[in-house]
Ligand binder design. Structure first.
Ligand code: TRP
Length: 477
């Protein structure tokens, strides 16, 4: 085991897995999905998905990794057959593609951090226009806000930092980085929440976010809630198999997974609690209806929030805005680390390659793979409007395909556990570090969900996600 590396203990593992989970998904995607899907009701659906589907899948994934003590491909082939290994490989590929577009968005956030803290981004009048221009031209060095505007460079830096951390190995790299960034992230988040709750009209935002309107509940809400929950918890592609493989047998998987789920869900929840009061404050200030702001989709944090920061005045805006984007960068970095570790572990374990060589080679390759996503935001017209994909851009296309592969991967993983590996073997793994497990209710709950509920529901919902993606949400049932 020691030759592969391992976490120093429970805290290190939980922080790293929570770091993987907490990311752009929580801070960038969750608030706008919640805004577009009825606010509080989305939260209810999201929580239900976690309880019923995500928690069992998370426990299963970690158990597979720890039992096999190998990467995603190695784990499935060791515990099952070589054929099942391809499921692991499929997950590894999904991770590579997720990282390719994820790093682009992370680069935008990093650029915003620099532009807000050290440039004069907040002096702009038209934030939508700025963002459009910013993501459009990827190599612009014209110093649009006192700084070079090149998100090619920003995302290259982001990938390089990711590579530096991953190349240091599990304890000295991944664990150490998470131990610094995760607590900082919580502190910044709580600080901004306290501030945003003190603003005028904040309570109207809180009400929108927390009082559910059940009439907004429909298939679209459920489909969106599920895919968001899977993405947010880093499930379905082997990230947790990989991290689980570095976990000691002494630790309790079932309880660690609860802590990880709560850590992730609380950041998503708090991000909403940070964003909606800000949005309603802005609506109040501009004297417009908040629904015109709250459902803006992906640009929410890049267009609406900077506008709010600029309303705060020169110094405060710089501080709060800078802190916000630093928070986003930390969250993204702890996730890019986990995404890069998945293919790295595969090549190190299976091909016996040198860790540093693999890390830098993959980082470069994945960066290049991300270029079409980066150029799909206006720079290249044909990538901006894919004719075969309802006129959407390439980045959205890749992100959507990854969403699909996560829930499909999760469904197949449950089938793997109950039909190939054997659910009794999973039990045997879960007893390590948890003596009472065999008699516990957790066990019956895991059996029931992994054998029946998860494969069926994940299968059906994956089909619905595919329908939604290719034919539009209005064609759902
Ligand atoms: N969970 C992260 C987020 O919410 C993204 C992420 C990191 C991820 N690793 C993953 C998603 C593995 C799926 C699979 O931003």
């Amino acid at each position: 085991m020691s030759s592969r590396g391992n976490f120093s203990g429970r805290i290190g593992f939980i922080l790293a897995a929570a770091g993987s989970a907490v990311g752009l998904g929580n801070i960038w995607r969750f608030p706008y999905l919640a805004g577009a899907n009825g606010g509080a009701i989305f939260l209810v659906v999201y929580l239900a998905c976690i309880l019923l589907l995500c928690y069992p899948v998370m426990v299963g994934e970690i158990a597979i990794g720890r039992a096999a003590n190998s990467d995603a491909f190695g784990s499935y082939s060791k515990l099952g057959t070589r054929r099942w290994g391809y499921l692991g490989l499929f997950g590894i590929m999904a991770g590579v593609f997720i990282l390719s577009f994820y790093n682009v968005v992370a680069g935008w956030a990093f650029g915003y951090f620099l532009h807000i803290s050290f440039g004069d981004l907040l002096n702009h009048q038209d934030f939508g226009g700025f963002f459009g221009a910013y993501v459009n031209d990827i190599i612009d060095v014209s110093s649009a806000s006192g700084l070079a505007n090149s998100n090619l460079i920003f995302s290259l830096i982001f990938m390089a930092v990711t590579a530096i951390i991953v190349s240091q190995g599990i304890q000295k790299g991944i664990e150490a980085a998470n131990k610094i960034m995760m607590p900082s992230l919580y502190l910044i988040l709580l600080g901004i929440i306290v501030y945003s709750l003190s603003l005028p009209n904040a309570m109207s935002g809180v009400r929108f976010y927390l009082v559910p309107d059940f009439s907004e509940l429909n298939v679209g809400t459920v489909v969106n809630g599920l895919k968001q929950a899977f993405f947010s918890l880093s499930l379905g592609m082997g990230a947790l198999i990989t991290y689980g493989s570095y976990l000691s047998k002494k630790e309790n998987i079932a309880s660690s997974a609860i802590v990880i789920s709560i850590a992730d869900t609380s950041v998503a929840f708090f991000s909403g609690l940070m964003v909606f009061p800000l949005v309603h404050f802005l609506a109040f200030k501009l004297n417009i209806d908040p629904t015109q702001i709250g459902t803006q989709g992906p640009p929410l944090i890049f267009v609406v929030l900077p506008q709010i920061f600029s309303e705060m005045g020169a110094i405060l805006g710089r501080v709060v805005g800078g802190a916000f984007f630093l928070l986003v960068c930390f969250a993204a970095l702890t996730s890019t680390i986990s995404l890069l570790e998945v293919p790295v572990a595969y090549l190190v374990d299976q091909k016996k390659m040198n860790r540093k060589v693999v890390v830098w080679g993959l980082a470069l390759l994945i960066f290049i793979l991300g270029l079409p996503s980066m150029m799909s935001q206006g720079m290249i017209a044909s990538l901006n409007k894919l004719t075969f994909y309802r006129g959407q851009d390439f980045l959205t296309f890749i992100a959507d395909m990854c969403d699909i592969s996560l829930t499909v991967g999760g469904a197949l993983m449950c089938i793997f556990i109950s039909r190939q590996w054997g659910i009794d073997k999973m039990d045997a793994e879960l007893v390590n570090g948890n003596e009472g497990y065999m008699q516990s209710r957790t066990r019956s709950y895991l059996h029931f969900t992994i054998r029946w509920v998860a494969p069926v529901l994940l299968g059906v919902l994956s089909l619905l996600i595919i329908v939604e993606k290719f034919f539009g949400v209005e064609n759902l049932l």
